[in-house]
Design a binder for this molecule. Structure first.
Ligand code: FAD
Length: 409
């Protein structure tokens, strides 16, 4: 901790571990500071194909103890019984043809181990409290004393180190704001027959929100409810399960969880880049959980940041933020595409109009599946173009806010 570093990464989640691993593999001296001991619980269990392509760069193997095969996504309306499935193999050619479900405790530990194996020093149990970045170095204040480096990467997720300090939290006011969720244990064989063999994520449309159903590698079932009603309560998960024919049947006889509640997670950081620092992953922006884009965007952003920063460090240009222009443009395209999609989901009945009306959308379907697979940086996708051309741009309409902070209970 005492010597000067090239790069100090705060947070060892998917964004921080990926950025740290890739920078270290390019020969840079990287210190990753992580507040929590791993393994630890984290939400974000359903991955997208275009995020899992990053796994190869990190040398990650998809072993069955840590990864459950995910063929695609199914959207189901519980009131009308309408359903539509999207198989990632139908997407435009490019990324992997499937994705994976993970337990984040295991996945994040694996990523941390890969970061270490690729040369980053990862220290747990150290909380970063602040930083000074007005000179030729960055001075970081931590619970274990100060540390200095040439560059700081804020990968603190929803703790939002930079955005909070700079009062640059800009909530997406019209997206989902709270979720209640947990893991059911001991599912019946009949339930596994319904879920398998593709293990698609199920998104259940309900009156005032939606529900996720994600089969985990160790045989548990993650069920989460996102509601637009005010005052989210733990009991709402059990109430929903009792009222749902589909999910009720899946978890019949299974051991119910003690639910957790998360709130105020959809926001954008108004100052994600500055002198000798960049934010990556949720610390830069988190749009909404509905299309499982969080880890995919976080890991792709980390790859792009590591590439740009590595070159700037070598050429001693890291003090001039212009080196991030390409990275910034790439990321904004990803965030704009997903925020436009999420806007349609919550405000324009996207699922009824486009997904359930699929036959007319034959030509659009491969590009719809591509966006659902997280493949949002290609120039031959009519659906991605349509989203980018949209006049409703929640990405740009966010404002600074003193709204209630993110919380997990
Ligand atoms: C309800 C809900 C459901 C979701 N479901 C999905 C899903 O199915 N699929 C998906 O892809 N995404 C999902 N997400 C999003 C996903 O959780 C995040 O996008 C993802 O975890 C972001 O990774 P990250 O590395 O940026 O941050 P994190 O994974 O949050 O990692 C940040 C790390 O920084 C550490 N840290 C924080 N502050 C400090 C500090 N001051 N000092 C040191 N360390 C610090 C933390 O301990 C943590 O380990 C969901 C989100 C929500 C809210």
């Amino acid at each position: 901790m005492e010597r000067d570093r090239e790069v100090i990464v705060v947070g060892a989640g998917p964004a921080g571990a990926t950025a740290g691993a890739l920078l270290a593999s390019k020969g840079h001296d990287v210190l990753v500071l992580e507040r929590d001991e791993f393994p630890r619980f984290h939400i974000g269990e359903s991955l997208l194909p275009n995020g899992t392509r990053v796994h190869a760069l990190l040398g990650i193997e998809h072993t069955p103890d840590a990864f459950r095969y995910k063929r695609g996504a199914q959207f189901l309306c519980e009131t009308t019984d309408r359903a539509v499935s999207f198989d990632f193999a139908e997407a435009l050619p490019g990324p992997p043809r499937n994705a994976w479900h993970v337990e984040r405790a295991t996945f994040d530990t694996l990523l941390r181990d890969r970061a270490r194996a690729m040369g980053a020093e990862v220290v747990h149990g150290v909380t970063v409290r602040g930083f000074e970045n007005d000179g030729a170095t960055v001075r970081v204040e931590t619970s274990a004393g100060p540390v200095t480096g040439r560059y700081l990467i804020d990968a603190t997720g929803q703790d939002r180190l930079v955005a909070n300090r700079k009062r640059e939290v800009r909530p997406f006011k019209t997206f989902g704001k709270a979720a209640v969720f947990g893991h059911f244990e001991g599912l019946s064989d009949a339930a596994w027959e319904t879920i398998g063999p593709g293990n698609d994520i199920r998104i259940m449309m309900i009156d005032d929100g939606w529900v996720w159903v994600i089969p985990l590698p160790d045989g548990r079932l993650s069920v989460g409810l996102v509601s637009r009603r005010q005052g989210m309560k733990r009991e709402w998960l059990a109430d929903y399960v009792a009222s749902s024919r589909y999910v009720g049947a899946l978890v019949k006889g299974a051991k119910p969880p003690t639910p957790r509640v998360l709130s105020n997670y959809s926001f954008r950081n108004g100052a994600p880049y500055g002198h000798r620092y960049a934010c990556v992953g949720d610390a830069a922006c988190f749009i909404d959980p509905v299309f499982s884009s969080g880890v995919c965007l976080a890991m792709n952003a980390a790859v792009s940041l590591a590439d740009a920063l590595s070159m700037a460090l070598r050429e001693q240009r890291e003090g001039d933020g212009a080196f991030l222009d390409g990275h910034r443009a790439m990321l904004e395209r990803g965030y704009e595409t997903f925020s436009s999609l999420v806007h349609r989901f919550y405000n324009r009945n996207l699922v009824s109009n486009l997904f359930f009306g699929a036959p007319e959308e034959g030509d659009l379907r491969p590009s719809v599946v591509s966006v659902l697979a997280g493949d949002v940086w290609r120039d031959d996708s009519p659906f991605a173009d349509m989203l980018m051309r949209s006049r409703s741009t929640p990405w740009r309409e966010t404002e600074r806010s003193d709204a209630a902070p993110y919380s997990l209970t």
